[in-house]
Design a binder for this molecule. Structure first.
Ligand code: ZN
Length: 151
């Protein structure tokens, strides 16, 4: 494993971990799913309120490391107002970023704040922390009943 921890915990990640956005539960009519990353101990509940095909509101609650919290927080900001298909596209984009399949500079515009996670791929253990909320969101959108685990 290589990489400087200061690259991993950049200002954007630290700030969102400290003051997560959309940290709340959504009420009746929302989809929600629990996710667990046993490797690190991260737990997250993701709530999605759909209006037809559009993500009208998205929120989360949970406990975990800085990377998992910041990822969930930035995810909720990135998804609001997106269609389900756009949400899935972002998930793929984020996954490609973490697995080194895309160039964060070339795709900066599409990535937006998600670019803050560009160095997480250097820390394979942290990749699961960063993707937990997204896996959980995916399960909520597809109404999958089985518990979400990164293992
Ligand atoms: Zn974690």
């Amino acid at each position: 494993m290589t990489g400087d921890l200061r690259e991993l915990y950049n200002d954007m990640i630290l700030e969102h971990a400290k003051s997560p956005r959309n940290y709340r539960a959504l009420g009746e009519g929302s989809l929600h799913r629990d996710g667990h990353n046993p490797l690190c101990g991260d737990r997250v509940t993701v709530y999605v309120q759909l209006d037809g095909d559009v993500v009208k509101d998205v929120a989360f609650q949970g406990n975990g490391c800085a990377v998992s919290k910041a990822s969930a927080s930035i995810m909720t900001q990135a998804l609001k107002g997106k269609t389900r298909a756009e949400a899935e596209e972002l998930y793929t984009l984020f996954h490609d970023l973490l697995t080194g399949k895309l160039d964060p500079e070339a795709d900066e515009e599409r990535l937006g704040k998600l670019a803050a996670f560009k160095d997480v791929g250097k820390f394979p253990v942290r990749v699961k922390c960063a993707t937990l909320a997204w896996h959980t969101l995916h399960a909520a959108l597809h109404d999958e009943k089985k518990p979400v685990s990164t293992e």
